[in-house]
Design a protein around this ligand. Structure first.
Ligand SMILES: CC(C)(COP(=O)(O)OP(=O)(O)OC[C@H]1O[C@@H](n2cnc3c(N)ncnc32)[C@H](O)[C@@H]1OP(=O)(O)O)[C@@H](O)C(=O)NCCC(=O)NCCS
Length: 183
C-alpha cells in the first residue's frame, strides 16, 4: 500500500503480489547494468520465502518501485540495515536505461533519505558505489553524501574483483527534508 510521494516520481512499496514483476527486473542482467553484480537467478518460491522471512534475522530489507506520476514504473530503490544493525542503514537504486539522464534517480534517492531520517532515529545513511560508477556517484553527491574511503577488492563484478567507495550522509548534513513533508 505504501507510497512515498515526490515531485516527478513516487516510491511504491513492493507487496507480495508485486514480487514477480520485481524479480523479472532484478534478475535481468541488462537492467542491472555492467557495473552491478550479475544477478542471482532465484525461483519465485525462494523469493517469496525470503520476502516473508528475512534470511538473516533482524535484517530489514525494503523494496520500492520508482514510478512516474502516471504509474509507469521506471526503476527501483532499496534500503536495508546491513548485517542487522540500524547503525548501517544503506540505500541502493537502479533506473531502466530509457529513464536515465532526467534526474529521476536523484529524486528517488532523496525521497528515501528523507523517509529514513524522518521515520527513524538514525545518525547516518550510507551507500556503496563501484569506483568506476561515476553516474551513481554523481547521484549521491547531488543529494549531499560524502565519500568516506575506498574498499579494495570488496566485490565480485561479473568475473573480476572490484573496489567500492563508501559514502554517507549524516543527519546534520541532511538537516531537513528536501522532498517529503515533515508535517
Ligand atoms: C546510477 C543511475 C541510477 C544514475 O542514473 P542517472 O540517470 O544518471 O541519474 P538521474 O536520474 O538522477 O539523472 C541525472 C542526470 O540527469 C540530469 N538532470 C536533468 N534534470 C535533473 C534534475 N531535475 N535533477 C537532477 N538531475 C537532472 C543531470 O544533469 C544528470 O545528467 P549528467 O550526469 O549528464 O550530469 C543509473 O546509471 C543506473 O541505474 N545504473 C545502473 C545501476 C547502478 O549502477 N545503480 C547504482 C548502484 S550503486
Amino acid at each position: 500500500m505504501g507510497l512515498l510521494k515526490g515531485k516527478n516520481v513516487d516510491l511504491k512499496l513492493v507487496e507480495k503480489e508485486d514480487l514477480k514483476e520485481w524479480e523479472s527486473w532484478l534478475q535481468d542482467p541488462d537492467f542491472r547494468g555492467a557495473l552491478e553484480p550479475f544477478p542471482k537467478q532465484v525461483t519465485m518460491a525462494d523469493s517469496e520465502k525470503e520476502f516473508l522471512t528475512p534470511l538473516v534475522p533482524g535484517v530489514e530489507f525494503n523494496r520500492y518501485f520508482i514510478q512516474k506520476k502516471d504509474g509507469t514504473r521506471i526503476g527501483i530503490v532499496i534500503h536495508f540495515n546491513s548485517g542487522g544493525s540500524p547503525l548501517r542503514t544503506e540505500i541502493g537504486y537502479i533506473l531502466s536505461e530509457k529513464a536515465r539522464g532526467q534526474g529521476y534517480a536523484t529524486e528517488a534517492a532523496s525521497i528515501i533519505v528523507d523517509y529514513l531520517f524522518l521515520s527513524r532515529n538514525l545518525e547516518r545513511v550510507q551507500a556503496h558505489t563501484v569506483t568506476e560508477n561515476i553516474l551513481s556517484q554523481k547521484v549521491l553527491e547531488r543529494i549531499g553524501f560524502k565519500k568516506e574511503g575506498e574498499l579494495r577488492h570488496a566485490g565480485w563484478l561479473r568475473g573480476r574483483w572490484i573496489n567500492y567507495y563508501s559514502w554517507s550522509i549524516l543527519r546534520s548534513e541532511w538537516s531537513s527534508p528536501r522532498i517529503l513533508k515533515a508535517a
